[in-house]
Design a protein around this ligand. Sequence first.
Ligand SMILES: C[C@](O)(CO)[C@H](O)COP(=O)(O)OP(=O)(O)OC[C@H]1O[C@@H](n2ccc(N)nc2=O)[C@H](O)[C@@H]1O
Ligand SMILES: Nc1ncnc2c1ncn2[C@@H]1O[C@H](COP(=O)(O)OP(=O)(O)OP(=O)(O)O)[C@@H](O)[C@H]1O
Length: 315
Amino acid sequence: MQHYSLTAPAKINLHLEIIGDRADGYHELVMILQGIGLEDRIDLYAGSTQAIHLHCEHPDVPLGPDNIAYKAAQLMCREYSQAYAQYGGLEITIDKKIPVAAGLAGGSTDAAAVLVGINLLWKLGLTQPELQTLASQLGSDIPFCLEGGTALALGRGEELSPLQGLDQATVILAKHRNLFVSTAWAYQSYRQRFGESYYQKPETIEVGKKQAHSADLVSAISQQDYLKIGQLLYNDLEKVVFPEYPKVEALKSAFQEEKEVLGAMMSGSGPTVFALCSATAKAQDIIENVRSKINDSTVEFWTTELTNRGIQVKS
Ligand SMILES: C[C@](O)(CO)[C@H](O)COP(=O)(O)OP(=O)(O)OC[C@H]1O[C@@H](n2ccc(N)nc2=O)[C@H](O)[C@@H]1O
Ligand SMILES: Nc1ncnc2c1ncn2[C@@H]1O[C@H](COP(=O)(O)OP(=O)(O)OP(=O)(O)O)[C@@H](O)[C@H]1O
């Protein structure tokens, strides 16, 4: 049976700024997205039946059409129905290592890997821009997940400009085990509370075609100045998630007190908090200090690194 095995990295948001609402109900964003070393593994087989089957042992991951990776496979079957008929159905296995509903684009990166894998499995020869068009129909984070690395993302998050890659830093992730934040809720709450100030933000500097104050961070990235990058981390969604979930803010503060932490921030719509540290930092010591300060046994930690790797085909 034809088979491809791929790895799919998670992302963090070094910058997430909401600059307006859009006619399609989404929000106009200026983001800087960054791939990290924590990865899911996706196995894809051309099956013998005319159906899509998805397997995953993680209890919080849906196995049917609610799974975004399943939706990616459905889209490919619709768009390339001849190849689908020729190669038969699809067996998809997800080995889930990325925390679920955590603001780390876990589902989005699985979906990106499925697009890449089916392109190979069915020998479609789709180019990266063609895959990008499919990805942006499925979700706002999926185009970035297809590319990986470091990128400025505008529009809904799908208008990407690559930035100089960052791979010389350790990242510690921390998340309360039973805490999940809905992305739709976070954006909706932001609109209700801050919508009127969208176009009145101070310190605006031109970035590409849009106005935003991420320019200093873009320049720190081009200079590979990790100290400055740590100081310039920014996320508008903290303004709605922190008041609702104060323990997420407490986690961020605990990291910020650590001498070896360059900066700490909530990723995406949360609730994961990440701490950026130098590549030589003693991550385990930082984790132990934070663990004892917050004294909450439901907090889980992961240590990883910034990476330029996107979706990779392993076999
Ligand atoms: C929070 C982030 O992860 C940061 O990278 C993304 O902005 C969200 O990316 P995503 O989960 O791929 O988002 P989608 O699946 O496209 O949308 C989920 C929900 O988030 C809201 N949403 C998302 C992106 C955007 N630019 N504006 C929005 O308002 C919408 O309510 C949408 O219903
Ligand atoms: N392949 C998948 N992996 C994980 N969750 C999935 C997947 N497909 C669908 N889901 C569902 O989507 C919800 C969001 O999960 P996901 O891990 O993608 O969130 P996220 O990391 O916050 O996403 P983002 O950062 O893109 O907003 C979960 O509650 C889960 O039930």
